[in-house]
Design a binder for this molecule. Structure first.
Ligand code: OTU
Length: 650
């Protein structure tokens, strides 16, 4: 064990401080044993991580003590319900990985106006089958543009337009009773320029100036710039913003009002830890770790995905194991697939967005060819134990083509050209494209861009509705359900971005709001239309159906079906080469359960040889769990345009 002697001695010296904390909190030492047991269990790795990050600081021991006290207080003030849940989850470390878990994400204001009203929709989530709900950032934000809530001015108060901390606690309680997991963001790479720490920095307090990266002139920023990318090039060139009041430069990776936190300062780590525990103790089950790639900077590097970023998250993770062990982390690393997976682990982030799968599903829809998707999945889907992918088709952000160029080359694709093609395809510039997306952060210099647009608009529904073509509508609906069918069966937690269940189209009105006009991602953040639900009831009563009702009912039954199929639990998945480049085939397995998925990514019918299905060792007769149709392996099987089948042994 590295630093074993130092770790032991430090803990011995810290023990009296811990006893004082228990006394101050009126806690008897018997109850504190729970905490101390977990502290002992995680102390060596935790100490090692903090030593790596801050061991050379003159004031290391001071910060160590404060980190420990913060953690002890967080545990001691955790509610009995949450502590009971912690115990339960320690004993069931894979509780989140079963097929019964299905997620949804939404903006509170756009969905239900506020947190109070959101409670009234718990029935809606249950009806749809959701057991996990990610609420987009809902904390207090700066006035005007707040990057969809990602410019936080106070992590302990809710945006007054949405409600109060008590509303959040109440919602968390009711969701827990309803069996729905609550997910919130931990926006820890940056704060808003009007966060208390930033205001103190602006007032000239050197202690708080050290919370951020602040420079008197361009010397150091220019040196950093040599190796940095630009993430939001249409907002501002470069990564630094001149602050008039301070007459200094501030590091701002994203918008100019989002100030990057300086984690090389242990006071920042300790302070954000306290904010994290505050959020956790409101009743949050999972924290989405925003922008993980950027949290550590080092001169001469890209300042993305550095080793210390992992050390930092692992340190946060160990502290949650001690104080709030029911809490999980979800990584938001929308980066190269080799880097995405490095954030995933029992002792780092137990969950991660799966941006590679997301991008390659869209890639396969555009090309009608699954070779790159299959190639990537064949060696990138497997994850370590007690972790899971979060599979999504669209989210509140743009689509970036983050696939691996070597994967592409292996199937004869040039990555650079292919990204250009995909950008043209999804912005509708490519002839015969069905997609209605728009560019996001187009970089005039590099020609680089990302794509905005809703699932339905990108899948062709917007075009079909405009052209009023029944045939095109049918194809678009099938594309939507095909992608949903994959996301629900590939292995991991499927995450719907709410609105998708209705096939909601792009909303072009965002440009009318000056705080949103400069950011095309608002095109795919439409307001929920509750009349759809009334229409649905009418449709069910009359036996007729609109496009929206059809998408809703089909999504709902896919979710119900997924939950009933134990083979869809966990991650285990094997790609099968079925000899048809338009058809993705994989086998899902969990314990003794098996399921074969066949998915046709083209608008023409496709045949697959029946005997190939037999090689899966699952027998000769199957039933498609989606359509109920029987399939015999003695003859070739024809898949309809964009059809997906979940084949069970009959
Ligand atoms: C995240 O995304 C959020 O999801 C965005 O909504 C925020 O605007 C941003 O951080 C700042 O808080 O650049 O286009 O992984 O792709 O972290 C989205 C790298 C983003 C980035 C990602 C970031």
């Amino acid at each position: 064990v590295p630093y074993q002697f130092e770790a032991d001695l430090s803990l011995k010296r810290l023990r009296p401080r811990l006893d004082i904390t228990w006394q101050q909190l009126g806690l008897d030492s018997k109850r504190a044993q729970e905490f101390e047991g977990r502290l002992a269990e995680h102390w060596y790795p935790l100490f090692g991580l903090l030593m790596e990050l801050y061991g050379t600081r003159y004031d290391f021991f001071y910060h160590l003590e404060r980190i420990l006290v913060t953690t002890a207080e967080a545990w001691a003030t955790r509610s009995p319900e949450l502590r009971a849940q912690d115990h339960h989850r320690i004993n069931e470390p894979d509780w989140f990985a079963t097929q019964k878990v299905v997620g949804g994400a939404l903006y509170v204001d756009l969905f239900s106006e506020n947190l109070g009203k959101l409670r009234e929709y718990i029935g809606y989530f249950k009806d749809l089958g959701l057991t996990y709900l990610h609420l987009m950032p809902l904390f207090a934000v700066r006035p005007g543009d707040n990057d969809g809530g990602y410019a936080i001015s106070n992590y302990r108060s809710i945006d007054p337009r949405l409600g109060t901390i008590d509303d959040l606690r109440l919602l968390a309680d009711e969701m827990r009773e309803a069996g729905i997991v609550l997910v919130l963001d931990f926006v820890f790479n940056h704060t808003s320029e009007d966060h208390q720490w930033a205001l103190q920095a602006q007032a000239g307090d050197p202690e708080y100036q050290d919370f951020y990266y602040i420079f008197p002139n361009r010397d150091v920023p220019d040196q950093y710039e040599r190796t940095l990318r630009e993430i939001f090039p249409t907002v501002r060139r470069g990564n630094f913003t001149w602050h008039d009041g301070m007459q200094q430069w501030v590091w701002t990776t994203f918008n100019s009002f989002q100030w990057d936190l300086n984690y090389s300062n242990p006071a920042v780590f300790r302070s954000m830890l306290e904010e994290m525990f505050f959020i956790a103790n409101t009743g949050v089950d999972m924290l989405r770790l925003d922008a993980v790639a950027f949290i550590w900077k080092e001169m001469g590097t890209s300042c993305e995905n550095l080793a210390e970023a992992h050390t930092l998250i692992q340190a946060f993770n160990r502290l949650t194991r001690i104080a709030t062990p029911g809490l999980l982390f979800k990584s938001e690393a929308i980066v190269h697939p080799d880097d995405v997976v490095k954030y995933i682990g029992e002792h780092e982030c137990q969950l991660s967005y799966n941006p590679t799968l997301m991008a390659l599903l869209w890639e396969s829809l555009a090309t009608r060819n699954v070779k790159l998707l299959a190639r990537s999945l064949s060696h990138r889907h497997k994850l370590p134990g007690h972790t899971a992918w979060v599979n999504y088709l669209r989210c509140h952000d743009d689509i970036g083509w983050t696939f691996d160029d070597a994967d592409a080359a292996a199937v004869g694709i040039n990555g650079y050209d292919h990204r250009n093609f995909l950008n043209r395809f999804y912005t509708g510039q490519f002839e015969n494209s069905f997609a209605r997306g728009v560019p996001f952060q187009e970089n005039a210099e590099t020609g680089d861009m990302r794509i905005s647009g809703t699932l339905a608009s990108l899948a062709g529904l917007e075009q079909a509705v405009e052209e009023d073509s029944e045939e095109l509508k049918e194809l678009a609906i099938r594309r939507i359900l095909l992608l949903q069918g994959i996301s629900m069966s590939i292995g991991g937690i499927p995450l719907l971005y709410l609105g998708e269940e209705w096939g909601m189209l792009n909303d072009y009105d965002f440009v009318k709001d000056p705080a949103k006009a400069g950011d095309t991602r608002w095109i795919h953040r439409p307001k929920m239309q509750w009349q759809y639900l009334t229409e649905l009831d009418d449709h069910i009563a009359s036996g007729t159906g609109s496009i929206r009702s059809r998408i809703f009912l089909a999504s709902q039954s896919l979710i119900t079906l997924r939950k009933s199929l134990p083979a869809l639990s966990g991650q285990q998945m094997k790609i099968v080469d079925i000899g048809n480049p338009h058809v993705l085939c994989f086998v899902r397995m969990h314990e003794a359960h098996r399921l074969i998925v066949l998915a046709n990514f083209s608008e023409s019918p496709q045949k697959v040889a029946g005997n190939l299905l037999r090689t899966s060792g699952l027998g000769r007769f199957f039933e498609d769990a989606i359509s109920g149709e029987s399939v015999a392996t003695s003859e070739p099987k024809q898949l309809e345009p964009y059809q997906i089948m979940w084949l069970q042994r009959a």
